[in-house]
Design a protein around this ligand. Structure first.
Ligand code: IMP
Length: 193
């Protein structure tokens, strides 16, 4: 089975992506490579960050790899937290602190429209390819559900009555921003390798 490195330190993302691509590719974690540090992420866009992460690992190990960067865009907040989703409530904020800040910022707001966007950067044989995925939805007034991570407990995708944190990994993976971007990556890899 072809091996490909997923340049992430996030165990939630790793298990989502293994569920999506694991049948076709051996997804190698950074831990398996012995890498334990932080990957720099200083770009101003999702694409810049995804690209920075994949290049960082490619330059270090010379292996085919991919990285993703994800942001939550909320219309009533002019697209915030966007590329700053991980650090919305401060530099080392927890998922819970970020969600609390989001609910506070939207307190009393009628327009709850939001979307998750993911950009994946793949480096294959030294060449870079980008893939995108997004899912529209809305931010609820309060948390519901315990599965998933990040903003999942308050994000209800369009056409569903549950949050990502209520629906569990199988359905989330099928319709999510990351699931859609990874499906494009998988299709490309199948044709290219
Ligand atoms: P990252 O920079 O791609 O790791 O993601 C930025 C932040 O977006 C994370 O810290 C999470 O809070 C949030 N995030 C990313 N993916 C998801 C998801 O699938 N569900 C909910 N929140 C997510």
């Amino acid at each position: 089975m072809k091996k490909i490195v997923f340049a992430t330190n996030n165990p939630h993302k790793l298990s989502e992506v293994r569920a999506l691509l694991g049948g076709q590719f051996e997804i190698v974690s950074l831990k398996a490579l012995g890498f334990e540090g932080d990957i720099p992420e200083t770009g101003n866009t999702l694409a810049e960050n995804a690209s920075q992460k994949s290049h960082f690992i490619y330059e270090k190990y010379g292996l085919d790899c991919f990285a993703d960067d994800t942001g939550l865009e909320v219309d009533a907040l002019n697209g915030a937290p966007g590329v700053y989703s991980a650090r919305y409530a401060g530099e080392n904020a927890t998922y819970d602190e970020n969600v609390t800040k989001l609910l506070r910022e939207l307190d009393g707001e009628q327009n709850r429209a939001a979307r998750f966007k993911t950009v994946v950067s793949l480096i294959l044989d030294g060449k870079e390819y980008l893939f995108e995925g997004k899912v529209e939805g809305r931010i609820l007034q309060a948390r519901s559900g315990t599965a998933g991570f990040g903003y999942d407990p308050v994000f209800q995708p369009e056409g569903y009555s549950e949050t990502f944190a209520q629906m569990g990994p199988e359905l989330k993976n099928k319709i999510s921003h990351r699931g859609r971007a990874m499906a494009r990556l998988a299709k490309f890899l199948q044709q290219a390798t």
